[in-house]
Ligand binder design. Sequence first.
Ligand code: ZN
Length: 490
Amino acid sequence: MSSRKKVGFMAGAGLGAAAAAALRRRWSKADGEPPVERVATPPDAAGEAFLDALSRAIRIPTVSSDTGYDAAVFDEFHGFLAREYPLVHTRLEREVIEGHSLLYRWPGTDPDAAPFLLMAHQDVVPVEPGTEDGWDQGPFAGAIDGDHLWGRGALDDKGPLIALLQAVEALLGEDFAPVPTIYLFLGHDEESGGRGAVAAADLLGARGVRFSFVLDEGGAVAEDLLPGVTAPLALVGIGEKASLDVEIAARGEGGHSSAPPRHTAIGRVAAAIKQIEDHPMPARIDVQRPFLRALASVMRGPRATLLRNPDRFRPVVERRLSASPMTSALIRTTAAVTMISGGVKSNVLPQEARAVVNFRILPGDTVAGVLDHVLSTVGDEVRVTSRGFGGVAADPPPLSSTVSAGFAAVAATIDEVFPGVALAPWILLGATDSRFFRPIADDVYRFAPFTVTPDDMSRVHGTAERVRISDAAGAVAFYRGLIVRAGGLG
Ligand SMILES: [Zn+2]
């Protein structure tokens, strides 16, 4: 997930740690249901190799931030990948995009079969200065203890990246030949804008490539999401919110503050902001219906009944979910007034005042719809201007199918690797690089084969990020299983 978007992995995965905590509180009139039983899976040989490689990958600090990145560190990382995965680097075609993003092509036996794309990103977010002490052995040590492998990027996103390459290398060693062509894309700046992904998608689009499906980060197997949930939930992202900045501005006459008009430019912007905050976009639980149903399937009691029938109990479900900021974000387009400026001196009337409202648009809502809502809410005393996000004003990407062959392959592989886990189609609150490939893909899914609790999620982009040792075998097995399954489809 991107730090720039300030959402955190599980927000990317769909739910921020705070959201998960809020959800837990909201539904926590708990009821003595037995805790979920966890069976730790010891790593097999592939899992051991994964842990060893991931530990070394973490030691190369591929940090990217809004101020850029150190090219030499990424060169070193590329060298590491080439040494570690020699078959990937001799049998697959490899292109370097935008300096340090990597695109691999594994030609299939049937050139007419639609290719698919598996993604992960090389870069990690910086460690916030002053928080280093919270990492027992340092953020870039890749330390392994009894239960966890620790380090910046362990989950986001070097764990998935290494598991993916480990699986491909093994399959190449067994001379596995996929029917459709398989692409791998390893971005170098997901955390700071995704220019690599934009360029790769443009390039592939220009070549006429169209993917049957794309798999990227952004979902996980969530444990302890709520009290009373009887099984872990595999959150598979089928959509994500879009970000949009809207500027609200007003001009004033200026002059001395001793003879002011009834409302200054600042007053008019303030009034508009108040209107926006008091008139949220309508809740749309329809969009989260598949998720609520999946949640209900692993819960018992009256809460499960509510969630199983969100339409019948719409007012109650809406009210409960709307009551906390985080759960409210699941079911509506949100508005956050994040910036304001105006005025130069206490006794001078401001000639200009402006504020920025950051909207997070739920799939089904649009940029145009948000602007209409704002215009009808704020009145005509202010100017309303769409600023887009990162220079682009884009609607949320369309939701992906839950009945496609790609989804079936992802779901069957999850079922195989994480038996007993219920699958929940999910809409991310954050954004992933995969959105740039949406125009050249039939479907985009967001899932990484790791088990996380709300505590684990809070460590991503935070302090003491980690993956479980017990997930090592399954992580490699997931990518292997998915490649064999989807790679066998003609
Ligand atoms: Zn990420």
